[in-house]
Design a protein around this ligand. Structure first.
Ligand SMILES: [Zn+2]
Length: 64
């Protein structure tokens, strides 16, 4: 489960709700509700399963 880090949004999304892509600064998904960038980290298990973990750090580009 991911939670949009835009505090005024805060929507919860399952992996199947979002599209994870790399826009050049790492993997992220755009919140389907507000469009905020939410960064994720990809994990590959030894069994070949792929999972994604949301990165809690605030994107410095939006902290202006
Ligand atoms: Zn959002």
């Amino acid at each position: 489960m991911f939670i949009c880090r835009n505090q005024s949004c805060g929507a919860e999304w399952a992996l199947s709700d979002v599209v994870i892509k790399n826009e050049g600064q790492g993997l992220l998904f755009r919140c389907p509700m507000c469009g905020a960038r939410n960064y994720v980290e990809r994990h590959d298990s030894p069994e070949g399963e792929v999972s994604y973990e949301q990165i809690a750090d605030i994107d410095p580009k939006t902290k202006r």
